[in-house]
Structures are given as C-alpha cells and as structure tokens.
Design a protein around this ligand. Structure first.
Ligand code: ZN
Ligand code: ZN
Length: 215
C-alpha cells in the first residue's frame, strides 16, 4: 500500500482477529481488527471471550466475579454481538444453552451482582417451598421470586438450596469464620462473601446461635 495521496483516507493493513484473513481498513477503525461485522460478532459471542473475563478462585462455595467495569446498578453490562446484556444473564445463557424465557430474570443466590458462577449440573434453589432452576450461584425466577428472595435474606431467613453455603459450611469453615472475626478487622459481610453465606448467617455463627456445638 503506497503513501496516501492528499485527500485520501489513510488505511492500515490488518489481519482479522476472528478468521485470519488479511484486509485493510481506514486507520481510524484500526482498533476493531475484524474484516466484517459477522467476524466481530462471532468473536464477541465466543464463550471463550467471556470466560477470559471471569475470575474463578479455587473453592466449592466461592463466587466467580466478572472483571469488567461495574455499572451504577451494581451489575456488569456486556455486549454480545449487537446485543447489550448483563454478565450474569449471559452466564446463565451459556450454562443453559438457551435464551432466558421472556419476562424471567436471573437472581443471585450469593447476593453478589457481579458473580457469574454458572457451573452445572442443573440444580434447584428452594424458595418458600418452590424449586427454581439453578446453575451455580444463579437461579431463574420471576420478579416476585427475586423480591421474595431479597426479603427473606434481609430477615436473615435463608432459603435452602443444594448449592447454598449454609448446608455446605464445614466445621473448618465455621472455626475459620470465628477465628478471622476474632483476630482481624474483617467485617461480617466480607466474611459472608468469602464463605458464600449471608451476613446474618455469619453473625449467628459468631454469636454461636448456629453451630453452637462447634467449639
Ligand atoms: Zn474475518
Ligand atoms: Zn456467587
């Protein structure tokens, strides 16, 4: 490619990041190295792209936070192809392999809005006697389910879920929660996040309302 003549738009030679085809593009668009829109969308839609932006610390109970910028609503907004969505909703779509049914929402068992923990197999989350579908820390429900879930958590009544931390806390976790609270300045809610239980549960563990038998 020769030097652009006066009045010509400078172009740059690129290799399509999705398909590897060499092509050229106006210099001003060099930040999108895709030779056509379909390649850009395919790249964005690739689950691998999404996975690269999620932290997966070791541990059965821990959250998998998405690392992109958190929005004013506390969720991570992402674009998948031409569509704007939220990271936890996309995590559900990847796990279930199907779009979220119209009008339903994805709630967080862990109350952590940036969490995208979506590991299978498909499980359940029990809310007031109803069983909602669950992958990892995410559950599928209605707006009412979500509000009910929030109210119960605020009252410190945790619904039961197979994956929920309460049933899964081991004796060592209980001892560790008490030790950390006694010996560091960690807050109860931080302990809750670390062990994937609510602040209410942490408080009850510390006050020995729960696991009183564990010394
Ligand atoms: Zn391409
Ligand atoms: Zn989580």
């Amino acid at each position: 490619m020769g030097r652009p003549k006066f009045g010509q738009i400078a172009r740059v030679d690129l290799i399509c990041r999705q398909c590897g085809i060499p092509f050229s593009k106006p210099l001003s668009q060099a930040d999108r190295p895709f030779h056509k829109v379909a390649c850009y969308r395919a790249y964005q839609d690739d689950p691998q792209r999404f996975h690269e932006k999620v932290l997966r610390p070791e541990g059965e109970l821990v959250c998998w936070p998405h690392t992109a910028k958190v929005g004013a609503d506390g969720y991570v907004a992402i674009s998948i192809g031409a569509q704007l969505t939220k990271a936890h909703r996309h995590a559900w779509v990847l796990a279930s392999g199907a779009p979220i049914p119209h009008g339903l929402l994805i709630g967080h068992i862990c109350d952590n809005r940036i969490c995208t923990r979506n590991d299978g197999p498909l499980g359940t989350y029990e809310l007031n006697g109803r069983l909602l579908p669950r992958y990892g820390h995410l559950f599928l429900g209605t707006d009412d389910d979500n509000n009910e879930d929030k109210e119960m958590k605020q009252r410190g009544n945790h619904p039961k879920g197979e994956a929920h931390g309460i049933a899964k806390l081991r004796t060592e976790d209980v001892l560790e929660i008490r030790r950390l609270y006694a010996t560091t300045s960690i807050a109860q809610w931080e302990l809750g996040e670390q062990f994937d239980v609510s602040q209410g549960i942490v408080s009850k563990i510390i006050r020995r309302v729960l696991w009183a038998h564990v010394r």
